[in-house]
Design a protein around this ligand. Structure first.
Ligand SMILES: CC(C)(COP(=O)(O)OP(=O)(O)OC[C@H]1O[C@@H](n2cnc3c(N)ncnc32)[C@H](O)[C@@H]1OP(=O)(O)O)[C@@H](O)C(=O)NCCC(=O)NCCS
Length: 170
């Protein structure tokens, strides 16, 4: 397994994993509009190419096969923090511990290379696989924003979680 910066050639495959609007919102919140397109994803990546850089998109690959994608985003040097966002594993690789491997590598980059103090994330309260994975890594629950997103006719609660550098065990 190898974690490398995102290359645009991987975007069609990542977008193909998102089959419905609820899938899209569960994965990415509302930064994209349905139907999601490769163009929207590329725009998102381009917008992150600020000076200084605030977005660090990564893919995990195995023998040239794409396994997963995630980002460190909203990087702020003044508070030494960033968010873990857009975590997704290829459907064929799910439930094999791949997200844990990928996120640990990306946190290692965040805490060691970027010298972050805190990484936070948001996850919808019904997303049990993601919550379990984040808890296994050491993220702690900070609170819940109630009915803060809407998909179809349903409002979704969002758990806020974080991990600090002193809690980080690689
Ligand atoms: C969430 C996601 C990234 C997890 O990837 P993964 O590689 O399958 O995750 P892992 O195998 O590392 O960990 C999943 C954990 O949840 C558990 N799990 C899986 N499905 C579960 C379920 N329905 N209920 C409870 N736990 C579940 C697994 O057993 C595992 O825990 P364990 O290691 O203690 O056994 C993947 O399911 C995905 O891409 N989902 C779609 C996008 C998404 O929801 N992203 C998260 C946005 S916040």
């Amino acid at each position: 397994m190898e974690i490398v910066p995102l290359k645009f050639k991987y975007i069609p495959e990542i977008v193909s994993w998102i089959k419905s609007e609820p899938d899209m919102v569960k994965w990415a919140g509302r930064i994209f509009t349905w139907p999601m397109t490769q163009k929207q994803f590329k725009e998102h990546i381009k917008e992150g190419k600020t000076q200084p850089q605030t977005l660090f998109p990564f893919v995990m690959v195995n023998d040239n096969r794409l396994v997963g994608y995630c980002e460190l985003s909203s990087f702020h040097r003044h508070s030494d923090q960033a968010s873990l966002t857009r975590v997704i594993i290829s459907p064929e690789y799910r439930n094999k511990g791949m997200a844990k491997v990928m996120i640990k590598e990306v946190l290692n980059f965040g805490f060691k290379t970027l010298d972050l103090n805190r990484v936070s994330l948001g996850v919808f309260d019904f997303n049990e696989a993601a919550i379990k994975c984040y808890k296994n890594i050491g993220f702690l629950l900070e609170g819940t924003t109630r009915e803060s997103a809407k998909a179809g006719n349903t409002y979704w609660n969002c758990h806020l979680m974080s991990i600090l550098k002193r809690e980080w065990k690689y």
